[in-house]
Design a protein around this ligand. Structure first.
Ligand SMILES: [Zn+2]
Length: 107
């Protein structure tokens, strides 16, 4: 699995987890489906491709502002849970940086 594919799966998992555990939906709701499609599309169009830098730099920064806020909320909720439910995804994964970098240091 390449980097982009792996990241797609991480994003998918996070959004599903958020919708299920936070919003208590059985199936992915419309809003979450939209953000998922959006996120996957961003990854498809990521100009960095296989040289993609960490999530702290990308893809967050090419998101539209409202999508950025939403995905951040999702990542904050699902990130720590993903480590519990799917530890394999978090190995070497940079979303951790986004979650655990102290606020002041983030650009
Ligand atoms: Zn939802």
């Amino acid at each position: 699995m390449n980097k982009i594919e792996r990241e797609k799966r991480v994003v998918e998992c996070m959004i599903k987890l958020y919708c299920k555990k936070k919003e208590h939906n059985k199936n992915l709701c419309k809003e979450c489906r939209e953000i998922m499609e959006y996120a996957l599309k961003r990854l498809d169009h990521c100009k960095f491709g296989e040289d993609k830098p960490t999530c702290r730099v990308c893809p967050i920064h090419c998101y539209k502002p409202e999508m950025k806020e939403k995905i951040k909320t999702i990542m904050r909720f699902s990130g720590p849970r993903l480590i519990i439910y799917h530890p394999i995804f978090t190995i070497n994964h940079s979303i951790r940086e986004l979650l655990f970098t102290p606020k002041g240091r983030r650009k």
